[in-house]
Design a binder for this molecule. Structure first.
Ligand code: UT7
Length: 325
């Protein structure tokens, strides 16, 4: 029996040129490389240039993903951008990316699930492709988090960075076997009772301002490992796989201690975790596609590999996706 599957055709990334190290931050606020590295695994992050926007980075990552897929912009009929730092309140930044790429057919819209945004966006694209409504989707995560940080708040400003990543996914008629390429399973979760644990203290309908990131870090940490492990278990069950079957675990890059904790709980081989948090810090919705791009570019992830994506962030939102690459 043939079925439609969303197959990853290409991946791309973009990082701003400016590198800011932990030592650079220690010149500005009361922090240290030792504290940041020991608590989070972060060594440095990239920060957008004054003339760069979320859309600028998203377009660069999208172009790289299209090139990697051997496709042209006109081949895309769906663009979903995951971001919490849009260029404007509206229109969706996805339509700016669409226009910059010269696409004027199909649909483009933004998804807002903070650090889980890329997982939510890819799962959404998967449903449209499996439903036959669109043929090829560009799923982008792009964030200029440096623009919403309170640079006096050492408990948040050291944690985040800027960047963008993108994947191209294509609907293909396949047999429906788990050995076929494509997205095999997805689980998305939210629990708004925790919305005040990680949020921005502004918005169009409340303060009329953009606001700054606020986080109860230890409380987020406390929930992260349990929620991540549960949703990964549900996703693996859905596809009939076990943690030991996973070739590459590509998690949202918030804190190396959280990733190690989740991997330990699930019995995942630490060698199989893709880590970029040391170089990129937490780039929210961009972190997973940036990590995918790094692991594809250096040859770790190969066609046929079983790849597990996972994220957790503000809301709380969390989710996982299992992909046969
Ligand atoms: O992507 C969305 C998901 N977000 C996350 O997953 C983040 C989850 N949370 C975390 O990663 C950790 O909670 C943090 C890295 C944010 C913080 O680590 P922690 O071990 O939970 O530290 P803490 O917040 O309990 O702070 C411990 C101490 C405090 O000092 P006192 O009160 O013990 O004297 C802080 O004031 O560390 C202090 N501190 C710092 N010291 C140096 C907080 N930030 C800094 C800093 N540099 N940047």
């Amino acid at each position: 029996m043939s079925t439609l599957r969303s197959v990853v055709k290409g991946v791309g990334g973009y990082l701003p040129k400016r590198v800011v190290t932990n030592d650079d931050l220690a010149q500005l606020i009361d922090t240290s490389d030792e504290w940041i590295a020991a608590r989070t695994g972060i060594r440095e992050r990239r920060i957008v240039a004054d003339d760069e926007l979320t859309s600028t980075m998203g377009v660069a990552a999208a172009r790289a993903a299209l090139g990697n897929a051997g496709l042209e912009a006109k081949d895309i009929d769906l663009i979903i951008l995951a971001t919490s730092t849009p260029d404007q309140t509206f229109p969706a930044t996805a339509v700016t990316i669409q226009a910059e790429l010269g696409i004027n057919h199909g649909a483009a819209f933004d998804i807002q699930a903070v650090c889980s945004g890329f997982v939510f966006a890819l799962a959404t694209a998967d449903n449209y492709l499996k439903g036959g409504q669109f043929k090829r989707a560009l799923v982008v995560g792009s964030e200029a988090f440096s623009r919403i940080l309170d640079w006096q708040d050492r408990s948040t400003c050291v944690l985040f960075g800027d960047g963008a990543g993108a994947v191209v996914v294509e609907a293909q008629k396949l047999n429906g076997a788990m050995s076929d390429r494509g997205i095999l399973a997805a689980c998305l979760r939210s629990d708004g009772r925790y919305r005040d644990k990680l949020y921005v203290d502004g918005g169009p309908s409340s303060t009329g301002t953009v606001g700054h990131v606020r986080m109860d870090g230890p409380e987020v940490f406390r929930h992260a490992v349990t929620k991540i492990s549960e949703v990964i278990g549900d996703t693996l069950d859905q596809a009939g796989y076990q943690a030991s079957d996973i070739d590459w675990f590509v998690p949202h890059q918030a804190n190396k201690r959280i990733l190690d904790g989740a991997a330990r709980k699930l019995g995942l081989d630490p060698e199989r975790i893709v880590i970029t948090v040391d170089k990129h810090a937490n780039t929210s919705a961009a972190s997973i596609p940036l990590a995918l791009n790094a692991a594809c570019a250096d040859g770790r992830i190969k066609q046929g590999d079983l790849v597990l994506l996972e994220a957790m962030g503000g809301g709380f939102t969390w989710g996982a996706l299992l992909i046969r690459w």
